[in-house]
Design a protein around this ligand. Structure first.
Ligand code: ADP
Ligand code: ZN
Length: 737
């Protein structure tokens, strides 16, 4: 070893070229020159020329292409942010490969906030600049005096805020600033959720809860990869338990991600988080303002934001030091993203945890079959919470056979369920009627010629909404006024509404119980969060006797007075050829049933069904989840279907129906067929027409040992796809209807 080397300043070597990945649908990181003196390492956020624009990018780990100097473009600037951690870059590469998406498209999910790379701009604030003697103070106008009173606490505020709270115009603030009574300060809004209090104590846990929490904290302490299923009935305190895990990760100064399926419903959840950790969590979902997104993104990237509660896309944020992922309601189909980069956040979360060597907790009362398989094979640890908190009992389940107990003409509620509703009204308890269908009627039909009102752009019926007298498509948002005459035979007033939506049930129930206080709750009745929050509070405070709702009401809510749940059409989800129809129906109905009797009052659930012997109804009425899952597993195995094999959908989409058909056929001819891999189709895709596009699907099924991505890539690479056609790959498809 050469002694002198120790005493020499190390030479900073700037590589001549580096690979930079840009957030556009490209599969490769392009080479860029590094200007002299710019110290750049993989993960740095930079700005690079692309075509005629300057775009953001991230320095990637790939070796550069050694582009000849003449052609080489140069990095323009480096942003002042900590580099994106290596694990995040690796995760992006992996997710792109697995989901067969372009790397740049996946990076885009990590860089999804325009302008977030720029340092945040301060806003102008005002505070009192001088100490005024009494005489000068008295000489001020009443408006100015109000402003002084407001600002006497020393906190700077924005002009608009001052104007609002002191009931004056913003110009008064400006005048006072000119006179030097107020002074200007620059306000920087800080990262959200910087200092959650991990030592604040939560509720005192029951024995079962405590031992689950202890085991969970232990996994977090270990700081290594582990998948844990927190399996407990609704109301058993799963949230309280995983909050302990969150607290532990925070004590280790790690970041935590809590994924929720329906972020818009989480007001109550956010309040709970606040009271447990003494600060609001950082949020991540589509309804955030640009400013909120920016603050969360930067807070996460800089490592200052400690807890993010978000929808599936929050998984792709560039965490500096993620220590725990919680996936609440892990079975929920909302974890699957169906457009853009198609991915399943549940599976991606496990991969992210594995790469980051951290634990991931899946939480559910009705775990998915995939997750249960992993438990049975000892790949996942499982923590059980068998009882509802505080001694509340699971509700009694009753089946109503609709063939025997027929409702009246043009009615949908059977006599026994009506009777139970009446009794519940008499004893002043709350009832919920569940029907997973918005609007008045799912189908409008001409009685004269039989014409069905369809969406002109999609393969779906138009749903009648009485509220605004419209027919609307629930897939693409198309709507039209309800026509007077049939567009086919021109007969007048010949339309008949077929089947019920929640509005129609409302009509029937209001007639049957004119005295009852009734509310209909669906995603379109409570569009903004404030209104929804208000309605939910009113339900909690027993301002309503009967709630008629879609799945918006099924999840997470806690209504102490609710003791009766009636499922209007328990068979609804079973129709069609969905691989997971039984599983999903079981999960949804179980969850709805879980709304009943959550406190000391016992609950009763009535399932209206034409299939009383169906395995789902039987399992629900006997509270026999595990047997149900075992039967389901056996059937899937016999059918050679997931989770025993793997599926991938190849969707061919375009506006030209014939071209779509021809391309799909051409693909079908050379599709992988053989031992361990088969291709089915092409057939019409779920939603054959969607937003004006025709869609055909080929379904590849492969043994789990086979590299399905490789097989698909090799196959698709052989076909020249017309430029007007788009091909999507959907690994592990969830939608089959
Ligand atoms: P789950 O997530 O399993 O549905 P939650 O954690 O939401 O259950 O708990 C249901 C209700 O019971 C919540 O209001 C919760 O605050 C309350 N709860 C659960 N465990 C306890 C406990 N040990 N002490 C006090 N309240 C509890
Ligand atoms: Zn449509």
């Amino acid at each position: 070893m050469e002694q002198s080397a120790l005493f020499e300043e190390p030479e900073i070597k700037t590589a001549a070229q580096m690979a930079v990945l840009v957030p556009y649908p490209v599969d490769k990181a392009y080479s860029y020159g590094i200007p002299e003196g710019m110290n750049v390492q993989p993960g740095n956020y930079v700005s690079v020329p692309l075509g005629s624009r300057e775009v953001p990018g991230v320095v990637w780990d790939d070796a550069p292409d050694n582009v000849p100097a003449k052609k080489l473009k140069t990095v323009v600037a480096k942003y002042d942010l900590p580099p994106m951690p290596a694990v995040q870059r690796k995760f992006i590469d992996w997710a792109a490969h697995y989901n067969m998406a372009a790397k740049g498209a996946v990076l885009k999910m990590s860089l999804s906030v325009p302008g977030a790379l720029e340092p945040p701009k301060p806003v102008t604030g005002y505070r009192i600049g001088v100490e005024l003697d009494e005489k000068t103070q008295q000489g001020l106008s009443p408006q100015q005096q109000r402003i002084l009173a407001l600002l006497s606490d020393g906190l700077p505020r924005r002009a608009a805020e001052i104007a609002d709270q002191a009931a004056c115009s913003a110009s008064v603030v400006k005048t006072m600033t000119k006179k030097n009574i107020l002074e200007i300060v620059q306000l920087y809004s800080s990262a959200p959720c910087r200092k959650p209090d991990s030592y604040k104590s939560g509720v005192s846990l029951s024995e079962d809860q405590q031992s689950a929490a202890d085991e969970l904290t232990h996994y977090v302490e270990q700081d290594s990869f582990q998948t844990v299923l927190l399996d407990g009935v609704t109301g058993s305190g799963k949230t309280e338990v995983y909050f302990e895990g969150v607290a532990q990760a925070l004590k280790q100064n790690k970041q935590v991600l809590i994924l929720l399926p329906e972020i818009s419903l989480s007001n109550a959840f956010i309040d709970r988080f606040k009271s447990r950790f003494g600060c609001a969590p950082a949020l991540w979902h589509s309804a955030l303002s640009a400013g909120q997104r920016k603050r969360t993104w930067r807070g996460v990237a800089e490592g200052q934001t400690k807890v993010v509660i978000g929808a599936r896309s929050a998984l792709f944020l560039p965490y500096q030091d993620l220590g725990l992922i919680v996936l609440d309601e892990e079975h929920d189909p909302a974890y699957k993203q169906e457009d853009g980069v198609i991915y399943n956040a549940r599976d991606m979360a496990v991969v992210r945890a594995h790469m980051g060597k951290i634990p991931v907790v899946m939480v559910s009362a009705t775990p998915s079959l995939e997750t249960m398989m992993n438990v049975w094979q000892d790949k996942y640890k499982v923590l059980h919470l068998p009882d509802r908190h505080g001694g509340a009992q699971l509700p009694d389940m009753h089946i109503i056979d609709m063939k025997a107990d027929k409702p009246g003409r043009q009615e949908f509620i059977s006599p026994p369920l009506k009777e139970k509703l009446e009794q519940n009204l008499e004893i002043h308890e709350q009832s919920l009627l569940f029907l997973n269908r918005r609007g008045y009627a799912p189908l409008t039909l001409c009685r004269t010629c039989g014409h069905r009102m369809n969406c002109p752009r999609c393969t779906s019926w138009l749903v009648e909404h009485k509220k605004n007298n419209r027919l609307s498509c629930h897939h693409c948002g198309y709507f039209m006024p309800v026509p007077k005459n049939c567009p086919e035979c021109d007969d007048k007033g010949s339309f008949a509404a077929c089947g019920p939506g929640v509005e129609r049930i409302h009509e029937e129930i209001s007639e049957a119980f004119p005295e009852a206080r009734i509310i209909v709750l669906a995603s379109d009745t409570a569009e903004d969060h404030e209104k929804l929050r208000q309605i939910l509070n009113d339900i909690r405070d027993h301002k309503y006797d009967i709630i008629i709702g879609t799945q918006i009401i099924a999840k997470g809510h806690h209504f102490p007075k609710l003791t009766l749940v009636g499922v209007v059409d328990a068979d609804l989800g079973l129709a069609g050829g969905d691989l997971r129809a039984s599983e999903r129906t079981y999960q949804l109905l179980h969850q709805v049933a879980g709304r009943a009797g959550r406190e000391e009052l016992p609950g009763n659930v009535y399932l209206q069904t034409f299939l009383p012997q169906n395995k789902v109804m039987q399992a629900l009425s006997k509270h026999d989840r595990d047997v149900f899952l075992e039967v389901e597993a056996t059937e899937r195995e016999a059918a050679n279907m997931p989770p025993y094999t793997r599926l991938a959908g190849i969707i061919v989409s375009g506006k030209d129906e014939q071209l779509v058909m021809d391309t799909a056929k051409a693909l079908g001819k050379i599709a992988p067929q053989g031992k361990g891999i088969q291709t089915l189709g092409p057939a019409e895709a779920p939603f054959y027409r969607l937003r004006g596009n025709y869609r055909r699907r080929l379904l590849v099924r492969a043994d789990k040992t086979l590299d399905i991505q490789k097989a698909i890539a090799g196959w698709l690479g052989q076909v020249k796809v017309p430029s007007k056609i788009r091909i999507y790959t959907d690994i592990d498809p969830q939608s089959f209807l």
